[in-house]
Design a protein around this ligand. Structure first.
Ligand code: HEM
Length: 143
């Protein structure tokens, strides 16, 4: 019954990808220009992106139950899930850190934060690439 409406996941993945990339760019811009307005916009974008990641994880876990029973697909799915969970943790930390340290942008800890943003951007790229491989190389959610 549920399968008739699948795949769900592709309808949700674009929001977190866009919001996390825009959020990271806004925060980097805010730190560079020393304008907390931009870091604030970036933080809001990351919060929305994190909610989007949760929606992507839930719908992805549903869709993977319809994936073909194939060892190569299972291996790729495991990598995709690992990167997805890493994103939940990394973006969660990027939201929590400035709340915990109100003077983050004025201290050298901001460089650690920018490194975290770079890691998030790389994780988003890897996650989307692995998802694309699932669909376009193995036909998951298509066949
Ligand atoms: C961690 C749990 C996740 C699971 C179990 C999962 C599972 C899947 C599955 C089964 C597919 C193949 C298409 C389908 O049947 O829906 C897929 C594709 C994809 N996934 Fe995930 N996913 C997860 C997390 C994420 C996250 C967090 C993102 C992005 C932030 C993401 C981005 C993508 C993209 C871009 C595609 C390709 C969609 C397309 O080209 O139509 N996934 N994923």
């Amino acid at each position: 019954m549920l399968e008739a409406f699948a795949p769900f996941h592709p309808r949700f993945v674009h929001f977190p990808i866009a919001l996390c990339l825009v959020g990271a760019a806004f925060i980097a811009l805010g730190v560079w220009r020393k304008q907390e307005r931009w870091t604030g916009y970036g933080q809001i974008s990351l919060v929305l992106g994190w909610v989007g990641i949760l929606a992507a994880v839930i719908t992805g876990l549903i869709d993977q139950t319809f994936a073909p029973d194939d060892a190569a697909v299972a291996a790729l799915l495991n990598q995709h899930i690992t990167a997805g969970i890493a994103l939940v943790v990394a973006v969660g930390l990027a939201i929590y850190w400035p709340i915990r340290n109100k003077k983050l942008w004025q201290t050298s800890a901001k460089w650690g934060y920018l490194a975290l943003l770079v890691a998030i951007v790389l994780l988003v790229i890897v996650e989307a690439w692995l998802g694309g491989k699932l669909v376009y190389q193995y036909g998951v959610g298509v066949q």
